[in-house]
Design a protein around this ligand. Structure first.
Ligand code: MG
Length: 432
């Protein structure tokens, strides 16, 4: 129950038994450069033994992942580390009949320089990357329900209530040999990694995860506490484990990130604040930003109001309608005021938001604005070829349209340019 203290990387972790279980079968490990979560299964104390043994074995050789000379070798080392965890759990139950049937999920991340993260994953615990664009799931659930969704047999919205949602299809320790997901992930400045067991995501949505983390940029322990409390308030049906860390610092304030997150969510859901008419040369800076609202507000003069009523319901205007009319005018004025304020806030966030994208010429550049409805303008071009990026970079940095501050966007693009030219020289194909 004690949050792990921060080291050179801001981070915090918490595990909690929840409200319904007697044992906490989850385990966590937060010893840089390794961050790992394991959710044991098997009932009574067996799940606990499985998750602990797995993380001990993983931790013992995680150093090899950190020191591997290339990304590709680091990925192989991570796969070996998870397989070693599998051996440890599987052999323990072969030796002790009391432990038969135990297994565990493992979701592990090893932080390397330059925002490179090596992920090893088996089961339905999760790793997210949280930025101002929201929480993006980096791992794939190895569960019956996730497979039903992937094959199109059930809708994603039905997954959360499916009776088999807790049944996993892959687990560490189950068999002598298992298949491990191991891959490279790149995180940008200010991005947070969040690893958790399903006891958290059972009760807390992706948007809530992002909100909790971005709201406490200087106090990750408060963020993990809030998330565990939220899951418990909503039933705490399972053990809850959550771990957050920010591998690369950012000079963009946490306050701006949460504003961007809320603006992106609002713009996507309501299409309310719009900054339209932004005109810019492909290469040049923005000339002007005009704002307008999409809220359908009609402000009528008293005579127009009378005419409108006469047309709509063919009812003659009466003196008693005066009060109704003035209330309507007040409401309309208030709506206009709300629209103007919302549009102003939208325009401000618009002017502070940058994202990486490809505009049909195959080259990655930086756009300024929102990645929606054409509300962005080219800010910077580059020679980085989108086809030469690794799949994870493409998905993470170019297609996700995550919003960044200007300096961060510039840094990420410079980093991509640097990496794509060095990979060209070395012939390294980054696994993803
Ligand atoms: Mg669980």
């Amino acid at each position: 129950m004690t949050p792990t203290g921060a080291t050179s990387v801001p981070m915090a972790a918490l595990t909690d038994v929840g409200r319904r279980r007697e044992h906490n079968e989850d385990s966590l490990l937060a010893e840089l450069p390794l961050l790992a979560v394991a959710d044991g299964v098997g009932g009574s104390a067996k799940g606990e033994v499985a998750s602990q043994r797995a993380l001990e074995a993983l931790g013992a050789i995680a150093g090899e992942v950190a020191t591997a000379p290339s990304s590709q070798e680091a990925v192989r080392a991570m796969e070996r580390a998870v397989l070693a965890a599998n051996d440890a759990v599987h052999e323990a139950q072969a030796r002790d009949p009391q432990l038969r049937g135990m297994a565990t999920t493992v979701t592990a991340a090893v932080l390397r320089d330059g925002g490179e993260v090596i992920v090893g994953h088996v089961g339905d615990s999760r790793l997210y990357v949280i930025s101002a664009a929201g929480a993006r799931l980096a791992t794939e659930d190895h569960s019956v329900v996730a497979e039903l969704v992937r094959s199109g047999r059930i809708a994603p919205e039905d997954a959360a209530h499916h009776p088999q949602r807790n049944v996993i299809t892959r687990a560490v320790g189950q068999d002598a040999d298992i298949s491990v997901d191991a891959f490279v992930l790149h995180v940008g400045p200010g991005d947070w990694l969040l690893a958790c067991s399903d006891g958290l995501t059972e009760h807390v949505s992706d948007v809530e995860l992002a909100r909790a983390v971005l709201k406490s940029p200087h106090d990750p322990a408060a963020a993990v506490r809030r998330l565990v409390d939220q899951a418990n308030e909503r039933g705490g049906t399972d053990n809850i484990t959550v771990l957050v860390a920010q591998p690369v610092p950012s000079d963009v304030s946490g306050e701006l990130r949460i504003e961007q997150l809320e603006a992106a969510a609002t713009t996507a859901q309501l299409r309310v604040p719009v900054a339209s008419g932004a005109q810019a040369d492909e290469s040049g800076p923005l000339r002007a930003v005009e704002t307008s609202g999409e809220i359908p507000v009609q402000l009528l003069t008293p005579q127009e109001e009378i005419d409108r009523r006469a047309t709509l319901d063919a009812r003659p205007y009466r003196a008693g309608d005066e009060a109704v009319r003035s209330t309507r005018v007040r409401r309309a004025l208030l709506a206009v005021l709300v629209a103007v304020v919302a549009a102003g806030a939208g325009a401000f966030v618009w002017s502070q938001s940058y994202f990486l994208t490809e505009r049909g010429d195959g080259r990655v550049g930086i756009d300024r604005g929102f990645p929606l409805l054409g509300l962005s303008a080219r800010h910077r071009t580059s020679d980085v070829d989108v086809e030469e990026l690794s799949r994870s970079d493409r998905d993470r940095l170019v297609r996700s349209h995550r919003l960044l501050g200007e300096a961060d966007a510039e840094r990420v693009l410079d980093d991509l340019a640097e990496r794509s030219s060095s990979e060209e020289r070395n012939g390294i194909a980054t696994s993803s």
